[in-house]
Design a protein around this ligand. Structure first.
Ligand code: GNR
Ligand code: NI
Length: 172
């Protein structure tokens, strides 16, 4: 197992679409292990493969709420949202690729998602609350979409410029 580097905006790879995973072998399982390790280390409640530079439809999450609650790691391969509720919910989101920036995002409150687990088993499950928010945030990453794409253009441009400047300073 090893930590992978988390890409920050404005890295182009965060804006790209991803490829379906055609079979789940050693490589994919090693990537999933590394993604969990990287997510817990950050720490974060979710991570999508593009955030570590891999353009494949793989996400991992652990939305166990309390510090003392037991871990609840979930890996999803080729996830698709197959139903969303009419009711919406607003949650303050953050992203490991946009550190220290938070904004309210409104999304469907409940969803049904279909995916393959690490054993290539087809799963369908319903999710609500924080897990529903997290799954939607992670699946957006697989489409090259970030949570700042839901906020005002003014705020998005402001935060993007800040990270462009930081990236320039690091290169200099
Ligand atoms: O750690 C994370 N927290 C979070 C909080 C609210 C909504 C979504 C998230 S996901 C984020 C980790 C991340 O960037 N995943 O892509
Ligand atoms: Ni994110």
């Amino acid at each position: 197992m090893s930590l992978r580097q988390i890409l920050l905006i404005p890295d182009k790879r965060l804006k790209q679409k991803t490829e379906m995973v055609s079979s789940i072998n050693k490589n994919e399982l090693a990537l999933i292990d590394d993604m969990f390790e990287t997510m817990y280390d950050a720490p974060g409640i979710g991570l999508a493969a593009p955030q570590v530079g891999i353009l494949s439809k793989i996400i991992v999450m652990d939305c166990a709420k309390e510090e003392d609650e037991k871990p609840d790691p979930i890996a999803m391969i080729n996830p698709e949202i197959i139903w969303t509720s009419e009711e919406m919910r607003t949650y303050e989101e953050g992203c490991l690729s946009i550190p220290d920036f938070f904004a309210d995002v409104t999304r469907p409150e409940k969803i049904k998602v279909r995916y393959l687990d690490e054993k290539s088993k087809l799963i369908e499950r319903e999710a609500d609350g924080l897990l529903a928010t997290c799954i939607q945030h992670e699946i957006d990453h697989l489409e090259g979409k970030l949570f700042i794409d839901y906020i005002s253009r003014l705020k998005r441009e402001r935060i993007t410029k800040k990270f462009q400047k930081l990236a320039r300073l690091e290169r200099a």
